[in-house]
Design a binder for this molecule. Structure first.
Ligand code: BTN
Length: 332
């Protein structure tokens, strides 16, 4: 009901909509309309009530409420079903639970805050309340299990294109799953998979985007390496608008991958990469080596030319890569 009231108010822009009109349109009493308006105000919606004329929606709160996402979402199926929570341990965990109970392809799980956000390589992910976009989507791609990392590549391209469409933001993809800005981490992506031999049941792509966190939102060890969109953006942006853009990009890229194959996605990934052509340090279990990142292959593996000239394919799950400046002890 509140979703429909908001739609009506939005549809009228800055023209007031009377309580009577809303009650007729939605088939409820005027008292019910008044109560819903009060609840919306409590949720943070700024609704002006003008005597004898009606209500005007002045401003929506900075929350990732499903009705807010829906109001700017342009996808066909991705994010059309939304699980929204104010605070969860991890949106990936919730998404996996819902996927295990048979949710739709394209389900979106989004939270304002994560109490135990998960990063790659068993690290955590700091997710302060309403200071970022912490979300997971469930996909059921017709890829082979060994191709699941294609989902991470798709997501990285979808996110980097969306953040870079905000004026002042120029981010790049660090293989396999980071998006960096000025060498600092803006976005992390954690892809988890449930598969059987030769078949993916589902993939959960979890994405964390720092949008407006300040240094005090982070513990010391993260403060120096994190950055937020708001630190560099030179125009206003909203979290909900950015999320809707990412979902649209992801749906378009995913459909392109299914119809045209993965080559066009890899082409875009390469354009946004800050890893290719770089000297890198590969830290894999039991071995560390230096080399040059040459390319990624069809399955998203990084092709590194080692110092002895040998080519090595690097699997994302196993390694950390750092700029080779680490050779001089610049990166620890
Ligand atoms: C990384 O860079 O290590 C990956 C970080 C991924 C963080 C996101 S936030 C939303 C989703 N839920 C999680 O628990 N993790 C991912």
């Amino acid at each position: 009901m509140r979703k429909r009231i908001l739609e009506l108010l939005r549809g009228h822009g800055q023209d007031p909509v009377s309580g009577e009109e809303i009650s007729k349109e939605l088939g409820v009493s005027r008292t019910a309309v008044w109560k819903h308006i009060q609840t919306l105000k409590e949720e943070g919606y700024q609704i002006e009530s003008i005597q004898k004329r009606g209500y005007i929606l002045k401003e929506a709160p900075d929350r990732l409420f499903p009705q807010e996402i829906n109001s700017c979402l342009e996808t066909k199926w991705l994010g059309r079903s939304i699980c929204y929570e104010d605070c969860v341990d991890s949106t990936n965990t919730v998404a996996k639970q819902l996927a295990n109970s048979g949710c739709d392809n394209g389900l979106l799980v989004v939270a304002e805050e994560q109490g135990a956000g998960k990063g790659r390589l068993s690290r955590g992910w700091i997710s302060p309340h309403a200071k970022g976009i912490w979300f997971s989507v469930v996909l059921k791609p017709p890829f082979l299990p060994q191709e699941a990392s294609k989902c991470t590549l798709l997501a990285a391209v979808a996110v980097v294109k969306a953040v870079n469409s905000i004026k002042g933001v120029w981010a790049a993809i660090k293989w396999p799953n980071d998006i960096l800005l000025n060498g600092r981490k803006l976005v992390g992506i954690l892809t988890e998979m449930n598969a059987e031999f030769g078949h993916i049941n589902y993939v959960v792509i979890g994405t964390g985007i720092n949008t407006n966190a300040s240094p005090e939102d982070y513990p010391d060890e993260v403060r120096e390496i994190a950055i937020s969109v708001a630190d560099v953006a030179t125009e206003e942006f909203t979290r909900v608008g950015l999320l809707a853009d990412i979902l649209k990009n992801l749906e378009d890229l995913y459909e392109k991958a299914l119809t045209e194959g993965f080559a066009p996605i890899l082409k875009e990934w390469r354009q946004y990469s800050c890893t290719l052509g770089q000297e890198v340090k590969v830290i894999a279990p039991g071995m560390t080596y230096f080399g040059t990142a040459l390319d990624i292959d069809e399955e998203g593996l990084l092709i590194v030319k080692k110092e002895d000239g040998q080519l090595e394919k690097v699997v994302a799950g196993d390694v950390s890569i750092r700029p080779a400046a680490a050779k001089n002890g610049a990166y620890q």
